[in-house]
Design a protein around this ligand. Structure first.
Ligand code: APR
Length: 321
């Protein structure tokens, strides 16, 4: 089996870590593309020079010419500005939509058969725009957000309960903005409901609910918490890790059920929009949306989040994209 070709558009903070993870896990030959001269070549060379130490046998190439992404199986888009302190993801709309426009046109031209994973923010709008410009089928255009948001929620639960994060499963649905929806009812530690464990810890239902609410709120604002600490950029290690798990599921046709930003055609009552939901990821990209029943409150929260996504997409269209 020949190795997959994986191109990363945008060789900044996320792009660099992603290239390193893809190489060290031998997921494929990586091309790191950026508009900044020499920078992606420098990062590719730096990562390649770690290959003897980490023992990986893939090729790494830095590029400033889109011709180098030709024949890519997977294209990951990180191009775009990150947030500055005090900004919401939505504040990036105009700047990043312009960048996404040129990226999408070039991916369509040079890697027309690729599966595209979008990371640039505001995520739900950027995925929508990429899909519109490329005209790729919906199974081949998806966005990264839910795995990271879910990992953040799981991390906070693990810290609170004093258990290994490996045993925590918690899911976040909806748009990748402040209205995202952590699903408390299904958050669990190896199958045991996290709420039950919290109630036992505090022996007080109201206190347990208050602690859970604080974790839900922290999850929703977790990206902003990091922007505030970093001051010059946004999270990059964890988004790169989240994307790597998506790439892995596609490259090895694992059919993992992962929360991703996927196109909905009636699922969860949403038609014609990209929203974060659990989906099966395999060799064909998004192979299936996994639907499940939401209770009344969860449905209301998801509807609210979908509304934020549709408003954002409408704003983008009004701006002429
Ligand atoms: N084509 C290709 N690359 C571009 C373009 C373009 N038209 N415009 C900008 N870039 C590159 C920049 O040169 C930079 O190297 O995109 C890279 C972005 O990297 P960073 O600024 O380090 O941002 P990063 O932290 O990686 O985040 C990228 O992902 O999570 C989102 O909000 C985040 O939108 C941001 C994106």
């Amino acid at each position: 089996m020949s190795r997959k070709k994986i191109s990363i558009i945008g060789g900044g903070q996320i792009g660099g870590v992603l290239a390193s993870l893809i190489a060290s896990r031998q997921l494929g030959d990586a091309v790191l593309f950026d508009i900044i001269d020499d920078m992606p070549q420098g990062k590719a060379l730096d990562i390649a020079e770690a290959s003897r130490i980490d023992k990986f046998d893939v090729s790494l190439k830095g590029a400033n010419d889109y011709k180098d992404i030709a024949g890519s199986d997977i294209v990951i888009v990180t191009a775009g500005l990150p947030r500055k302190p005090g900004m919401s993801r939505d504040d990036l709309l105009t700047t990043n939509a312009k960048i996404m426009q040129s990226v999408a046109e070039n991916v369509k031209k040079h890697a027309p058969n690729s599966i595209a994973i979008i990371i640039s923010n505001p995520l739900d709008a950027m995925v929508t725009l990429f899909k519109k410009i490329t005209g790729f089928p919906t199974n081949r255009v998806l966005g990264q957000a839910g795995i990271l948001d879910s990992s953040r929620f799981s991390t906070f639960i693990a810290w609170e309960l004093g258990v290994s994060v490996k045993d925590v499963n918690a899911m976040v649905l909806g748009g990748h903005g402040d209205t995202m929806v952590p699903i408390v009812r299904y958050a669990n530690v190896n199958g045991i409901p996290a709420m039950e464990l919290l109630e036992r810890k505090y022996n007080d239902k109201a206190k347990a609910a208050e602690v859970m609410k604080a974790m839900v709120d922290r999850t929703k604002m977790a990206g902003g918490e990091i922007v505030k600490l970093l001051k010059t950029g946004s999270a990059f290690y964890s988004p790169a890790s989240a994307t790597t798990s998506m790439v892995e599921s596609i490259v090895y046709d694992e059919k993992r059920v992962l929360p991703v930003c996927a196109y909905l055609n009636g699922e969860f009552g949403v038609k014609g929009y990209y929203v974060g939901v659990p989906a099966v990821l395999g060799a064909n990209g998004v192979e299936k949306i996994i639907e499940f029943a939401l209770d009344k409150d969860e449905k209301a929260l998801l509807d609210n989040s979908v509304k934020a996504v549709t408003n954002l997409v409408t704003d983008m269209e009004r701006l002429g994209f």
